[in-house]
Design a protein around this ligand. Structure first.
Ligand SMILES: [Zn+2]
Length: 141
């Protein structure tokens, strides 16, 4: 019984280290493919106790970003979520998307209010989904 518990803990630690490595590698491949020189840290939403049902959250600016993932994702879901957020990072770095005060964003030179435009109608989200999936297919392995 003791051996089984030990084995379980061992496998849990190894698989955690392995997936962290895989996710860091996706970040490296993604930023290289996008041609952006940024620092991206991966965290988990549950660890920072942010109430969210999102697949991932992104914070940061000017070359340094944090991506927060849901913990119970499959590795593939985590990779797709990272690729989506990497496209947002690309949008911020190239200034096609600029976050301003009071929930206003500047998207390709036009002001939008976050609250006035539903998530599914936000063009920067459509771009992140489309280009994120293309990026994922390119660098998934
Ligand atoms: Zn998004």
């Amino acid at each position: 019984m003791k051996q089984i518990l030990f084995l379980f803990i061992f496998i849990t630690i190894i698989s955690k280290c392995y997936s962290q490595k895989v996710l860091d590698s996706i970040v490296n491949k993604g930023t290289t493919a996008l041609g952006i020189d940024v620092l991206v840290n991966i965290f988990y939403i549950e660890d920072v106790k942010v109430a969210s049902d999102a697949e991932a959250l992104l914070t940061g600016s000017n070359g340094v970003y944090d991506i927060y993932l849901r913990k119970n994702q499959t590795l593939e879901e985590a990779k797709i979520a990272i690729c989506h957020e990497l496209i947002h990072i690309y949008q911020y770095e190239t200034k096609s998307l600029i976050k301003k005060a009071n929930g206003i964003v500047l998207w390709n030179g036009v002001n939008y209010s976050y609250n006035d435009i539903p998530y599914e109608d936000r063009e920067w989200e459509a771009e992140a989904f489309n280009k994120g999936m293309k990026l994922f297919k390119k660098i998934r392995n």
